[in-house]
Write a protein that binds this ligand. Structure first.
Ligand SMILES: Cc1cc2nc3c(=O)[nH]c(=O)nc-3n(C[C@H](O)[C@H](O)[C@H](O)COP(=O)(O)O)c2cc1C
Length: 374
């Protein structure tokens, strides 16, 4: 079968996701690169997201017929070609003018799901209209309940197949580069979901403060009183499944499910929130154990630090249903728009496919916990 990549004209010769980061670093302004790459405080959590994957050792099986490898999964009744989804990330038009439209269409071409951030530079209506495939919407909850309800309803009406409620950002973590750069959006970009309102404070990040404009935006508009009761309210607003993103503790995972969540995303926001929080691959197994005791059909996704096919294999071995990929998609987008994103995804899929073969796995069910030495 012809690779889905054939429809993109320029295929990069870069060999792995780290090489994409290096090229993107040279193309982006310092402020944009540091926003995308950034982390909270000393970057200890961001580092351990990577190191804790690297430190896990694999115990491969041999003498298994791996001539056919089936990598597809079902999520909420829909088939994905691989267990790798695109994490929600804000302001993608800072990386490439086609922004979220490009990332979403690359995901569509490769048969996977794109999660659109509340803080996208293309609106949910625009992305869902132009890209036919599976789109999920990531929700930040505004203090103004009317605004929040409006977002949930628009995402549902536009055809989003799930809503991801991010719960690890009551305030923005201390991202020192963004403070130093007084990070704000370039004048031609806005938070497109509010492009039709007259309120600049909703659609722009303040640029005139000695601080990160994103931190100031959150502090003034985001609802940091959010509790599990509010999740019940959000669930009541839509018929599509709600997943909760930003879970690190088993008790919180169970609370989310008892409040109506249909899926859990184990995440520390790529180390951008509370520095020295546990890495996600370490947080995953207790969450899996708790959730599976309650209902083993609830999908558990994980993100943070996934850069190699072996990382995907390890996450699945430790009980994840699928992983989300973050920053490397931004690097692909910067380097070559939709083609770059598609190539980044293809590289990771190919590495995952090879890792399955070398570990003696012919399908997802055969990726079991005994493959990983803790
Ligand atoms: C530039 C950037 C913007 C992000 N924006 C959002 C967002 O709008 N909503 C959200 O829930 N998470 C956001 N995240 C967190 C990602 O969804 C994801 O949890 C994290 O990037 C995964 O780690 P990785 O980048 O190491 O793969 C963002 C991350 C980055 C790097």
């Amino acid at each position: 079968m012809e690779s889905p990549l054939h429809q993109f004209s320029k295929i990069s010769e870069l060999l792995n996701l780290f090489e994409y980061e290096e090229v993107a670093r040279r193309k982006l302004s310092q402020s944009a690169f540091e926003y995308f790459a950034g982390f909270a405080a000393d970057g200890i959590t961001d580092d351990s997201n990577h190191q804790d994957f690297a430190q896990l050792r694999l115990l491969p099986r041999v003498m298994v017929d791996v001539s056919q490898r089936s990598k597809g999964i079902n999520l909420f009744g829909r088939k994905l070609s691989v267990p790798i989804l695109a994490a929600p990330m804000a302001f993608q038009a800072m990386a490439h003018p086609h922004g979220e439209l490009a990332t979403a269409s690359a995901c569509e071409a490769l048969g996977t799901t794109f999660i659109l951030s509340t803080f996208s530079n293309y609106s949910v209506e625009d992305v869902c209209e132009k890209v036919a495939s599976d789109i999920w919407f990531q929700l930040y909850v505004y203090k103004d309940k009317g605004l929040t309800k409006n977002l949930v309803q628009r995402a549902t009406q536009s055809g989003c197949k799930a809503i991801v409620v991010t719960v690890d950002v009551p305030l923005i973590g201390k991202r020192e580069n963004d403070i130093r750069n007084r990070f704000h959006l370039p004048a031609d970009l806005s938070i497109a979901n509010w492009q039709n309102t007259s309120s600049d404070s909703l659609k722009k990040l303040p640029g005139d403060l000695p601080d990160s404009g994103l931190a100031a935006y959150f502090a003034s508009l985001y609802d940091c009183t959010l509790t599990w009761k509010d999740l019940e309210w959000l669930v009541s607003l839509t018929d599509v499944p709600i997943l909760v993103k930003g879970i690190l503790r088993p008790d919180d995972a169970l609370r989310a499910i008892h409040s109506g969540a249909k899926g859990i995303i184990v995440s520390n926001h790529g180390g951008r929130q509370l520095d020295t929080s546990i890495s996600t691959i370490k947080a995953l197994p207790p969450v899996v154990q708790a959730v599976n005791t309650f209902d083993s059909n609830i999908p558990i996704l994980v993100d943070g630090g996934i850069r190699r096919g072996t990382d995907v294999l390890k996450a699945l071995a430790l009980g994840a249903t699928a992983v989300l990929l973050g920053r490397p998609l931004i690097w692909g987008l910067t380097v070559d728009g939709a083609a770059g994103v598609a190539h980044v995804l293809q590289l990771l899929m190919d590495e995952f496919d090879l890792a399955m073969a070398l570990a003696g796995c012919d399908d997802i069910a055969s990726i079991t916990s005994d493959l990983v030495v803790q």
